[in-house]
Design a protein around this ligand. Structure first.
Ligand code: SAM
Length: 306
């Protein structure tokens, strides 16, 4: 595949590079903001699962992360190249130690906005992928309950699978308004969407507790009722200007103004990506190859030189 073919196939990928964003995901947050004015009055924000950092770039630009009292805290398992005005934490958001480190930054001065674009490594087994995604979302929500100010906002990636209704009802326990939003830059073919939860308003008697799972809703016995009048129907909203690019279409590389297309390299190549080691081994011919015994009488697994 030529290096420009992805530019043609994925217009948001190309635009991200041309506009200096580290990832095409930047457009998802920008389009969500167009619809919901997420950044209005926001000075303190958390970006969970932030690498390579395009949402942090947007946050840093939109809420002036460098001003006095302004703060953006970005967290990811992966290392991330620095972004001006963004405090970085490398860690797993499902781990207590990471959660504590994040919360420290907001003690006495809570956050207005928590965003989470977290995605596990997709296995292709839908139930497993949805379960892992839901675990990430619950970890993010748990952190949000510790750092958000009343009235604050939480935006998180969700997979619209079989159990999404349960997820909505869990979110509605904590927020007055919960919507499911699909930005134009998120492919229709993907079950990805974003829960936009506004007006943080935890139930009376709720005390955030990192040691107690959020699913233990002893303070709200009705919350798991998915049938009858208490079943929560969450509005679905598509966002992003209808005239904006369709992420499922391929666009020609020639520019509308007639100027010549010029390849733009990625804004920020990943630092220490997990595929680096695999590439090194492949180059040396050391990658393990399993040969199916049906076709080859002797099954062989190459071993790495010590
Ligand atoms: N919003 C990012 C941006 O705009 O650049 C893209 C995020 S990417 C789709 C998903 C990220 O989730 C990955 O960088 C991955 O490392 C991170 N992630 C997955 N599980 C995580 C976990 N348990 N803790 C922290 N980060 C996690």
């Amino acid at each position: 595949m030529g290096r420009t073919s992805k530019d043609k196939r994925d217009v948001y990928y190309r635009l991200a590079k041309e506009n200096g964003w580290r990832a095409r995901s930047a457009f998802k947050l920008l389009q969500l903001d167009e619809q919901f004015q997420l950044f209005q009055g926001v000075t303190r924000a958390v970006d969970l699962c932030a690498a390579p950092g395009s949402w942090s770039q947007v946050l840093s630009q939109k809420i002036g992360g460098q001003g006095c009292g302004h703060v953006v805290v970005a967290v990811d398992l992966q290392a991330m190249a620095p972004i001006p005005g963004v405090v970085q934490i490398q860690g797993d958001i499902t781990q207590l130690s990471t959660a504590k480190e994040i919360i420290q930054h907001f003690e006495g001065c809570p956050a207005d906005l928590v965003v989470c674009d977290g995605a596990p490594d997709v296995t292709g087994l839908h139930d497993v992928d949805e379960y892992m995604q839901a675990q990430l979302l619950l970890a993010a929500l748990n952190i949000a309950t510790h750092v958000l100010k009343p009235g604050g906002c939480f935006v998180a990636k969700i997979f619209r699978g079989r159990d999404v209704t349960l997820l909505y009802s869990q979110l509605r326990v904590f927020f007055s308004s919960v919507l499911c939003a699909k930005p134009r830059s998120s492919r229709n073919s993907s079950i990805e969407a974003f829960a936009v939860c506004q007006s943080y308003d935890p139930p009376a008697g709720f005390t955030p507790d990192l040691t107690r799972p959020l699913l233990d809703h002893s303070y709200d016995p009705d919350f798991n009722q998915l049938d009858g009048p208490s079943r929560i129907i969450v509005p679905f909203v598509t966002c992003g200007d209808l005239s904006s690019y369709d992420s499922d279409r391929s666009y020609p590389l020639d520019l509308e103004d007639g100027s010549e297309y010029k390849y733009t390299p990625p804004t920020q190549p990943p630092i220490s990506p997990s595929y680096q080691e695999a590439c090194r081994l492949k180059k040396k011919g050391w990658l393990a190859k399993e040969i199916h015994p049906q076709h080859h009488p002797i099954s062989r697994v190459d071993t790495l030189p010590q």
